[in-house]
Write a protein that binds this ligand. Structure first.
Ligand code: NAP
Length: 254
């Protein structure tokens, strides 16, 4: 089990106030890490995440900011090293989703999606790598989506799908830039997962379809993303970089 252990590691999770990010922050702590939890200012979920980790006897501190703002990420990463120690694991999970027909999608809606889901991941990786590269040690995990590989039938989200395809290729590009400098960069692409994102009104009717179309016959729970994240964060994946780990109940096979 030591192969998967994270004792002594310092982790950062963005989007840690809700859904997958909240569960992954807790999961890293369960595996032994101390966790810096980052989300938008005023996130009530973020306080809950930190409280849940404290119950485990692990250190956790919340940092508020916006992943589209480089200076807020920089400030958070500087503070977390002062508060917790040298950053060695980062999971970039902050993201948004919505839907609109491509032919009438306002430019602002397209741009906001790319700003949060793509530029936000790039800026997060940049801030994290600037701390990790001098020490030549770190594992960065970007949360992409199976929507980066396939188009979700019935959901009009060209902007979301494009942002996730770009996150997968950004991950590979950074993995290659930093491959000889001690930093591994991988992505996880979840399939349909039960989180607040899938309680959006436009997705309500789709949930039964999600279950029907997923070979395992159901949506994922957030618990089921913990194992893949610990794998990529830990020494268990020491020869993996530039990988996109699809966790979709078999969806992309059909
Ligand atoms: P979620 O419950 O909405 O969590 C996303 C978190 O990111 C929220 O706390 C959100 O804050 C935060 N966030 C949004 N914009 C931010 C910003 N600019 N700066 C900092 N934090 C920000 O969604 P989720 O379902 O857990 O999704 C997490 C990630 O998994 C996303 O990247 C998503 O695309 C990906 N994913 C999800 C699924 C799925 O089925 N759920 C499938 C594939 C991939 P607010 O709540 O205040 O907006």
């Amino acid at each position: 089990m030591n192969l998967f252990g994270l004792n002594g590691e310092i982790a950062l999770v963005t989007g840690a106030g809700s859904g997958i990010g909240q569960r992954l922050a807790l999961g890293l702590a369960e595996a032994g890490a101390e966790v810096a939890c980052f989300d938008l200012p005023g996130s009530q979920g973020l306080t809950l995440t930190v409280e849940k980790i404290a119950v485990l006897g692990r250190r956790a501190i919340k940092y508020e900011g916006d992943v589209t703002k480089a200076e807020e990420l920089h400030d958070a990463t500087v503070k977390l090293e002062r508060d917790l120690g040298p950053l060695s694991i980062a999971i970039n999970c902050a993201g948004i989703a919505n839907a609109a027909p491509a032919e009438s999608m306002p430019l602002e809606q397209w741009q906001r999606m790319l700003d949060v889901n793509l530029t936000g991941v790039f800026l997060s990786c940049q801030a994290e790598a600037n701390l990790m590269l001098p020490r030549k040690r770190g594992s960065i995990i970007n949360i992409a989506s199976m929507s980066g590989s396939i188009v979700n039938r019935g959901i009009l989200q060209a902007h979301y799908n494009s942002s996730k395809a770009a996150v997968m290729h950004l991950t590979k590009s950074l993995a290659m830039e930093w491959s000889n400098r001690g930093i591994r960069v991988n992505s996880i692409s979840p399939g349909y997962t039960l989180t607040p994102m899938n309680l959006r009104p436009e997705v309500a009717e789709q949930r039964k379809v999600f279950e029907r179309d997923t070979p395992l016959g159901r949506m994922a729970t957030v618990d089921e993303l913990v194992g893949p994240a610990i794998f990529l964060a830990s020494q268990a994946s020491s020869f993996c970089t530039g990988l996109d780990l699809i966790v979709d109940g078999g969806f992309v096979c059909w």
